[in-house]
Every structure is written in C-alpha cells, then in structure tokens.
Design a protein around this ligand. Structure first.
Ligand code: IMP
Ligand code: MG
Length: 173
C-alpha cells in the first residue's frame, strides 16, 4: 500500500509499558481470577503481551468488533462480528482495546457488557487519542496517550495491513 510510516512507539517502549500495566492490573485485583476481554482484531498483539505480564490466574475471551470498514475515520456504527463464548456474570473483567479515539466503540461495548452482570468491568487500552473524544469514556489503564494522528502496527491496521509491525507507526498517505 502506498504511503509512509514513521515510528512513534518502539518495540522496547511498548514492552516496558505493558510490563508496568500488567503489574498494575494485578495490584488492583489481588487474588482475583481476571477475565481479559480482547476486542478483535486490533488488540490481539497487546492481549498476548499483556496477558503474559499479569501474574496469577487469567482467563481470555474474545469479542469481535468492526467499526471502520477500511477507512481512517470511525463510522460510529459498531458491529459485533463475534460475541463472547462464556458468561462474564460475577467475573472481574478487563476489556483490552488497541486504541480509543472518538470513544464511540468503547461506550457501546461497555453498555453491552455491563448488563451481563460482571463483578467489575475495567478498560485497558494500549493507545488513547484523548483530543478526538466525542463521548466520555472512563479509561482505567492507558499504555500511551498519542496525538490525533492515524497509527498502524502492533495489531492496528489500515485496510487489514500493517498489523504485524512490532512497533506503532504514524501512517501518512
Ligand atoms: P472509536 O470508536 O473512534 O473510539 O474507535 C475505536 C476503534 O477505531 C479502535 O478500536 C480501532 O480499531 C480504530 N481506530 C481508531 N483510531 C485508529 C488509528 O489511528 N489506527 C487504526 N485504527 C484506529
Ligand atoms: Mg479496535
């Protein structure tokens, strides 16, 4: 795909921050079995590293969501492409997301998950673009806050490409 990539967050920076987040999440939930709810596809790489950074018992669930349809602007319409397999009733849950931009996707997901009766429901996002928020979202764990630029890599895509980059890059058309 034409366009240029400029590294924004290196592989080492990502890994160091994720180790901190893993310990912080465990410290906030001592002795609890944590259910990590990965929002697919973008969070798959963050999930894999975050899960390994959390000591103790962890369960993994996947939630498939499509909100972009290939472009670089959020459509606001959230489509569930794959629901959770198991019940989260009574579970201590952390939703694992790649990036929060307008907040529309996460707001939708939180309302959808809250009615299922989790014991607790927190949000961990690798990246946050707070300047672009259209709806307030209570984010518990943020890897890095970034400016309002379109980023790819480490799970994040443009038209399904660049997810395999081990770092986060700004994409310029
Ligand atoms: P929101 O609904 O606007 O908060 O957007 C959330 C979703 O849009 C994220 O889960 C990403 O999948 C996607 N997204 C937002 N910003 C970017 C970006 O800079 N690069 C790649 N995907 C993005
Ligand atoms: Mg996403």
């Amino acid at each position: 795909m034409a366009g240029s990539l400029r590294s924004l967050i290196s592989e080492d920076q990502l890994q160091a921050r994720i180790r901190e987040l893993g310990l912080q999440i465990r410290a906030d939930h001592p002795n609890e079995t944590l259910t990590l709810i990965a929002v697919l596809k973008g969070s798959f790489m963050f999930l894999a590293d975050l899960a390994r950074a959390i000591p103790g018992d962890v369960r993994i669930e996947f939630l498939g969501v499509a909100s972009y349809h290939g472009g670089t602007r959020s459509s606001g319409a959230v489509q569930i492409t794959q629901d959770l397999r198991g019940s989260i009733e009574g579970h201590a849950c952390v939703v694992v997301e790649d990036i929060i931009d307008t907040g529309l996707t996460m707001d939708y997901l939180m309302r959808m998950l809250e009615v299922r009766g989790p014991r607790s429901l927190k949000i961990a996002t690798l990246l946050d673009k707070p300047s672009n928020r259209e709806i307030e979202v209570r984010v518990d764990y943020v890897g890095y806050a970034i400016p309002d630029e379109f980023v790819v890599g480490y799970g994040l895509d443009l038209g399904e490409l660049y997810r395999n980059l081990p770092y986060v890059a700004v994409y310029s058309p």
